[in-house]
Design a protein. Structure first.
Length: 595
DNA sequence: ATAGGGTTAG
């Protein structure tokens, strides 16, 4: 067959024009007519190929696809790489989950293309093979095809780069990118987005700057990644800069719904909920992302009424709420303890809006009940909910046990969590904290032993602050490496004395170590958010709010410290912890001590 | 023909 195919392909090279998209019926009829021929000559092979391709184009189900597949073999067309490649594409487009049938097709395609060296010379087939392996999570085979291809284009590279970013292997992705001879906008964007999606926002922003210096164009997809990076970092200065860049490229938030929605999220996560709302208001078109981002923005700022009101406005429009929208509404209730409202929304979401609650929604409900102190009700709901509770659900319960100091329920939650997420360090730390504040030091040391046994290390507390110049200064707990470290300590000492004069007492139970009181006091004063606050006072200009970002939940002692400092200095302090914002002003916090 | 996309509770 191979020999015949090659002979004919040199002897008769003219192929008649065949429209690509025929109706299913016509394609099928033509195929049947061609069935009469016992031996496929080149032109007829070409015709068959086109017919099969158009059949695949019109394919709307797995059954049809399998029929076409069978026909490929019946007609001896298994060497037509294009048809096989198309078959794989169609499987992907149909969204068929990777099962044994799909693997069978993959193996056949690979075997045939190996046989005739298809992917060595044909870019489309090679790229399809890479994509195919990537889609079934066999990156190694994808890489092998890539390495064996004689010619590669930027698409081959980008497919593989993206595959590496999706597995979190940014090093391999970066190596590939560096070796890419001609980098286009899509390839650059893949890297920027890859960093953003792998929680490396700083690298994402650096890459975007490099991209701009290289004179590469920017479009809305690139911006989406960059904006997401800014949101993660929460840096207001970059946020403004990115908006400038966007508007210069004609992709401002007013006219572009993707850019606008991402910016709503970005500004609210930078602490500028007012700017977020301004963007929202100014947008010409709003979709479910836009509304959900805004509702979530209100939620993390503790503005539950605004979130509810916006939700009510939303359901009057054409835009239907989805899963994420309800996460936002429930989170809003949770952050202020609106238990009854939350329960009502939860009960209506399926009945009125057709959104079936999933594990994440239950996690919100457990969080809502737990935060409000209804720990037993929360436990009961966890045990009776219709879907199997995932880590988030038990995690919410564990978090509630920390707030309300309930080591017994905490143990139940933790035992599930250690099964479901054995490597998630945060769970062990929270349990340690709960036992520590109950004075159960033996239990604390058991948990620490368990962690050591698994080779887990504490996730260090880290805070950062954006200086006047837009530089990001990062502080770890107990950090003395900052060049202005001694000044920082001086500021803290001064603040501590003045607060003590007002009756402030350090909350020693916030320390999860069994050490002396003096050591505890020292540990508390070296918490990263306090270091960042002191540096903020040294650096920033007066009358502007001080914005601090933190990777973990703010501790009780730091919370009360911030309250006091906001009173002393007469300035607003905004702290973003891992879940929400705290606006400290004149001695009180926007969370009303409920967080 | 084939590559990059914004929001998600603990």
């Amino acid at each position: 067959m191979v020999a015949i195919f090659r002979n004919f392909s040199t002897a008769r090279s003219s192929v008649q024009y065949i429209p690509r998209r025929l109706s299913l019926y016509a394609a099928d009829r033509d195929l049947r007519r061609l069935d009469g021929n016992s031996f496929p000559f080149f032109d007829e092979r070409k015709q068959l190929e086109s017919r099969l391709v158009s059949l695949l184009d019109g394919c709307d189900g797995l059954v049809q696809l399998k029929q076409v597949h069978a026909r490929v073999y019946r007609k001896g067309l298994e060497q037509c790489c294009y048809v096989l490649a198309k078959l794989v594409r169609t499987l992907n487009e149909l969204g068929v989950p990777v099962d044994s049938y799909q693997r069978l097709v993959f193996r056949q395609v690979h075997a045939q293309t190996m046989l005739i060296g298809g992917f060595c010379s044909d870019l489309y087939v090679g790229n399809t093979l890479i994509g195919m392996y990537v889609s079934c999570c066999d990156l190694g085979s994808g890489r092998k095809v890539f390495d064996e291809m004689l010619h590669r284009d930027v698409i081959s590279w980008t497919t593989l780069i993206v595959a590496y970013t999706k597995t979190g292997d940014m090093v391999s992705a970066g190596d590939l990118f560096d070796g890419l001879p001609v980098k286009d906008m899509v390839a650059w964007t893949a890297m920027v987005t890859g960093f953003a999606q792998n929680a490396k926002p700083r690298e994402a922003l650096q890459f975007f700057k490099r991209m701009q210096d290289a004179g590469v164009e920017t479009d809305e997809v690139t911006l989406a990644g960059v904006i997401s990076a800014c949101a993660q970092l929460g840096v207001a200065k970059y946020a403004k800069w990115v908006q400038d860049v966007a508007e210069k490229s004609g992709l401002g938030p007013t006219d572009n719904v993707v850019v606008g929605s991402a910016m709503v999220d970005m500004y609210s996560k930078c602490g500028n909920i007012e700017d977020a709302y301004l963007i929202f208001k100014g947008m010409k078109e709003r979709n479910v992302y836009t509304y959900s981002s805004m509702i979530l923005g209100f939620a993390i700022h503790g503005l539950a009424q605004a979130a509810m009101q916006l939700f009510n406005e939303m359901v009057e429009t054409e835009t239907k709420p989805n899963k994420v929208t309800f996460i936002g509404v429930l989170a809003a209730c949770s952050h202020v303890g609106m238990v009854d409202q939350g329960k009502r929304v939860f009960s209506l979401m399926e009945k009125h809006y057709g959104v079936v609650p999933d594990g994440d929604h239950y996690a919100c409900m457990i969080d809502l009940l737990g935060r409000a102190g209804h720990l037993n009700e929360a436990l009961k709901l966890t045990e009776t909910m219709p879907v199997k509770p995932h880590g988030g659900v038990w995690g919410a319960l564990l978090g509630a046990c920390r707030i309300h100091r309930n080591p017994d329920i905490a143990q139940i939650a933790a035992s599930h969590l250690f099964e479901l997420e054995p490597h998630a360090i945060g769970n062990y730390m929270v349990l340690c904290n709960i036992f520590a504040s109950a004075g159960r030091w033996d239990d604390v040391s058991d948990v620490r032993k368990l962690m050591r046994g698994k080779g887990l290390k504490k996730n260090p507390g880290c805070s950062w602050f954006e200086s006047k110049e837009g530089e990001i200064h990062e502080f770890f707990a107990g950090d003395t490496k900052h060049p202005r470290s001694s000044e920082i300590n001086g500021v803290l000492e001064d603040l501590l004395q003045r607060l003590k004069g007002l009756g402030y007492q350090q909350i020693l139970s916030s320390v999860a170590y069994d050490v002396s009181e003096d050591v505890k006091k020292g540990i508390l004063m070296a918490h990263s958010e306090k270091l960042a606050l002191a540096f903020g006072l040294l650096d920033s200009s007066a009358n502007r709010p001080i914005r601090i970002m933190k990777n973990l939940r703010i501790c009780e002692d730091c919370h009360s410290f911030m309250c006091g400092v906001s009173h002393i200095i007469g300035r607003e302090i905004i702290v973003r912890d891992n879940v929400r914002f705290h606006h400290f002003n004149g001695g009180t916090c926007s969370c009303g001590n409920f967080w």
